[in-house]
Ligand binder design. Structure first.
Ligand code: AMP
Length: 114
């Protein structure tokens, strides 16, 4: 089922797109949790990590290559950053179109609240 991210990728609704190619689109999160908060999304509609297949291996790897590139462009490559992929309810996934969060620009603290 299509989500709002497919509409952003198709440029049917506005978003601050920072990168796009044939397989990936990256845009600013509408409710940023850090000074840099960008979502890196495969153009293909894959709902969750559970739906990734071996055909998606190159596409999943490409998410990291694009994340690294954007981190450098945003000036956070040296200070560091965090990449997060949430999966389903317990993972806190809200939008069921697989995406990677790129967060940085401040100290992010421990990975999870203890
Ligand atoms: P997740 O909880 O991993 O599914 O993350 C979904 C993210 O999408 C949240 O951080 C939202 O703030 C973000 N989001 C939802 N709608 C939009 C939108 N229209 N443009 C940009 N980011 C959005």
């Amino acid at each position: 089922m299509s989500t709002i991210f497919s509409k952003i990728i198709a440029r049917e609704i506005p978003s601050e797109i920072v990168y796009q190619d044939d397989t990936v689109t990256a845009f600013k999160d509408i409710h940023p949790s850090a000074p840099v908060h960008i979502l890196i999304v495969p153009n293909k509609e894959i709902p969750t990590v559970n739906d990734v297949t071996s055909d998606d291996e190159a596409g999943m790897g490409h998410l990291f290559v694009v994340a690294k590139q954007i981190a450098r462009e945003q000036g956070i490559a040296e200070s560091g950053y965090r990449l997060i992929v949430n999966c389903r309810d317990d993972g806190g996934q809200e939008v069921y179109h697989l995406h990677m969060h790129l967060l940085g620009g401040r100290k992010l603290g421990p990975m999870l609240a203890r």
